[in-house]
Design a protein around this ligand. Structure first.
Ligand SMILES: *Cc1c(COP(=O)(O)O)cnc(C)c1O
Length: 350
């Protein structure tokens, strides 16, 4: 395990992210866990994170015994709403954990400003955003630590599980290196409780090769997103992702639209051979696993509405213009059929 292919990949990925240090681990969830351990987050501490994310963001907070404090997202960017963070900060808050959801960087400038003001650390969940840019710079060097996943479906995927942290702080990198390998600072010297979170040499070799193609794949995803947006913009009642803002480049891990009648539309798309998905139908604050936070429907209306209306259209680098045209055509047909059905009384209506 570990070995030269992993070391080589770490160097390449650090350079790619424009950060000095990368520590490879065995999953994105492990990366988040290690990041919070590196920053000594533990019981009694609070971590602010968006209510709409993949559940792993919140698991990491739980693994270190800290309290996840959910905040709603902005409806346009679908990332942590910077205007709602201040109200969630308490004397126990230690970390703000923004998620670059669907490949779009979170609104980092106001987040970093709040962190500085309140002396908080920032951990970026970049599991969906390898190569994305904010203020013209690559995601990874804005917060104290950024966490990546190389799960096969991600923009940069291993042939199995994988993850990494990147940081500009050599002390944090050294601690992460020890944590992933049983807390060893030197062979058989265990300074603190550690884990077996090592990346396998095989995954390091795969990732080192695939990294060379990441920019081309991301460019193809961005082109596909632009094509979708051109074809779908102006459609009444259809929510679309933002393309680019000033200096910001999303890498479109997913292309998530919002529509009424979502379940019926999804079903009809599937019947027409159009692969689709829901990311994510239930926000984390409403998951039974987080019932102890005592949230209820209505607490984070933007996340909840996105959960009810989100629909992920096909998004991968090889997607062709013809395929996008077919998807859009089928989407229009499904939505038209859906809205006609809605006008009719049915037994299931409630
Ligand atoms: C995939 C993902 C993770 C977890 O990564 P794994 O490699 O599956 O453990 C964490 N956060 C987000 C936002 C993700 O999409």
């Amino acid at each position: 395990m570990l070995g030269p292919t992993v070391q080589d990949f770490e160097q390449r990925f650090a350079a790619y992210c424009e950060t000095p240090h990368c520590v490879a681990v065995n999953s994105g969830t492990s990366a988040l866990h290690v990041a919070l351990r590196c920053l000594d987050v533990g019981p009694g501490d609070e971590v602010i994170l968006p209510a709409m994310t993949f559940v792993a963001t919140a698991w990491a907070v739980r693994y270190v015994g800290a309290t996840p404090v959910f905040v709603d997202i902005d409806p346009a960017t679908r990332t942590l709403d910077p205007n709602q963070i201040a109200a969630a900060i308490t004397p126990r808050t230690k970390v703000i954990l923004p998620v670059h959801l669907y490949g779009r960087p979170a609104d980092l400038t106001p987040i970093l400003q709040l962190a500085r003001q309140h002396k908080l650390r920032v951990v970026e969940d970049a599991a969906q955003a390898h190569g994305a840019r904010y203020a013209k710079r690559r995601i990874g060097s804005f917060g104290d630590i950024a966490c990546f996943s190389f799960y096969p479906g991600k923009n940069l995927g291993a042939y199995g599980e994988g993850g990494a942290i990147v940081t500009h702080d050599p002390a944090l990198a050294a601690k992460a290196r020890a944590l992933r390998d049983h807390g060893q600072v030197e062979r058989y010297h265990h300074e603190f409780e550690g884990y077996n979170y090592r990346m396998s040499g095989f995954q390091g070799a795969v990732l080192g090769i695939k990294l060379k193609y990441l920019d081309a794949w991301n460019a193809a995803r961005r082109a596909a997103a632009a094509e979708y947006i051109t074809r779908l913009s102006g459609t009444p009642g259809l929510g679309l992702p933002l393309l680019d803002d000033d200096g910001m480049e999303s890498v479109f891990h997913l292309f998530v639209i919002e529509t009424d009648n979502r379940d019926a539309v999804a079903k009809q798309l599937s019947a027409a051979g159009v692969q689709n998905g829901l990311h994510y139908p239930i926000p984390v604050h409403l998951q039974p696993a987080f019932a102890d936070r005592q949230h209820r429907l209505g607490d984070f209306p933007v996340s909840e509405r996105l959960g009810q209306r989100c629909l992920s259209l096909p998004m991968f680098p090889e997607l062709t213009e013809t395929q996008i045209a077919y998807v859009c055509e089928q989407l229009h047909a499904a939505r038209t059929a859906g809205s006609q059905l809605r006008g009719m009384p049915t037994a299931a209506a409630h």
